[in-house]
Design a protein around this ligand. Structure first.
Ligand code: SF4
Length: 367
């Protein structure tokens, strides 16, 4: 059974950003959005019986705010028609300040969204241009003020750092401007150079890690001082404001993914919808990613080392049936402990700060 829901909105507004690796169309017509919503509703109906009351919903993309107010309302009504929500269900939606309007904000908050995630990426016009980020942030302060006035409980802002040519003054300024908007949660991602992206055609990744490391440590220092400690490689928030959806996914939660390119996880299989709107609209089946049960358990175990908490013993027992004595003696775990990448104590097993920074190394040894 699925406990969470992810919905992929495959539309953006005004073109694609140069660094983007997500499946989306740079623009859309009303007709296409209507076809999408009709097919999405069919997909909800096909799977509604496989869902428990939902613990979280995450509407991502693409750019969900590319939908018009009446389209957003149609989407939210369809969710409520087909699924039961837990009373405290966390309901997140991503939005781009460039396509979000006050009218859409009303639709979003009246529809039930209680966590809004705004894609800022950078406040610096020069760096936005460098990475080919579309749109402007002109309406951002007004949008945040209105969202709070309308009762938005949780606000996340997304930022990108380690942009070639960026300096520390610019990153400090981005953190400062983001914090001035009083977010409950910040996501700070280092820039990824996706193969064949327009960005990779015109820029090369930085040749050394020095600036990345400086930013990594600055994030810990500045954000903890503002009550937003790191709880995952790229995510910062007080415990009560952590993103429930992502936190649970990192700990093996099952989720239903709807929309083109959306992936589901049922505990064993990861069915992936086609990353092609026409194929998805014409009911092309998902591809499957079946692993042997042991390999899947190892994958779930390893994935939680993205988070500072790793596995509290009780949760590990609950999710994977593993006890401290089963884990601490595994050769890979012992080696990670010896390398000071992992810490094992009476509370659980988790990455050390070094293990979080070198998560690739931890994953490689555990998988
Ligand atoms: S708005 Fe987001 S999803 Fe759309 S092109 Fe830009 S980065 Fe990609």
């Amino acid at each position: 059974m699925y406990s969470s829901l992810y919905i992929h909105i495959p539309f953006c507004h005004g073109g694609k950003c140069d660094y983007c690796a997500f499946f989306s169309l740079g623009d859309s017509t009303q007709e296409l959005r209507m076809q999408y919503l009709a097919r999405l509703e069919e997909e909800f109906a096909e799977h509604e019986d496989q869902c428990t009351p939902l613990r979280s919903i995450f509407i991502g993309g693409g750019t969900p705010s590319a939908l018009f107010p009446e389209e957003l309302a149609r989407l939210f009504n369809a969710i409520r028609k087909h699924f039961t929500l837990e009373s405290d269900c966390e309901w997140s939606m991503e939005a781009n300040p460039d396509s979000l309007t006050v009218e859409k904000l009303h639709a979003v908050l009246e529809g039930g969204v209680n966590r809004l995630s705004l894609g800022i990426q950078s406040f610096q016009p020069r760096l936005r241009k460098r990475i080919g980020r579309r749109g402007t942030l002109q309406t951002l302060p007004k949008l945040v003020e209105t969202a709070r006035k309308l009762g938005l409980p949780k606000l996340n802002l997304d930022l990108i750092y380690d942009i070639p040519g960026q300096n520390m003054t610019e990153w400090d300024s981005d953190l400062k401007e983001a914090l001035a908007l009083n977010p409950d949660h910040l996501s700070c991602y280092s820039l990824i150079f996706e193969e064949r992206s327009p960005l990779s055609q015109r820029l090369s990744p930085p040749s050394c890690d020095d600036f990345f490391l400086q930013c990594w440590h600055r994030n810990d220092e500045v954000l903890s001082a503002h009550g937003l400690p790191r709880y995952e490689i790229s995510n910062f928030a007080a415990r009560e404001n952590r993103c429930r959806h992502n936190w649970e996914v990192w700990h093996g939660q099952t989720y239903l993914g709807c929309g083109p390119a959306a992936v589901s996880f049922d505990g064993m299989d990861r069915p992936a919808n086609p990353a092609n709107l026409a194929s998805w609209l014409s009911h092309a089946p998902p591809t499957h990613d079946l692993l042997a049960p042991d390999a899947r358990r190892r994958e779930i175990f390893a994935f939680a080392f993205r988070t500072v908490d790793g596995w509290p013993w009780e949760l590990l027992q609950d999710k994977l049936g593993l006890k401290p004595e089963n884990v601490a003696t595994l050769p890979a775990v012992q080696q990670l402990i010896d390398q000071q990448l992992v810490l094992c104590d009476n509370k659980g097993i988790c990455p050390t700060p070094k293990g979080l920074l070198f998560n690739d190394e931890v994953l490689a040894q555990l998988l």
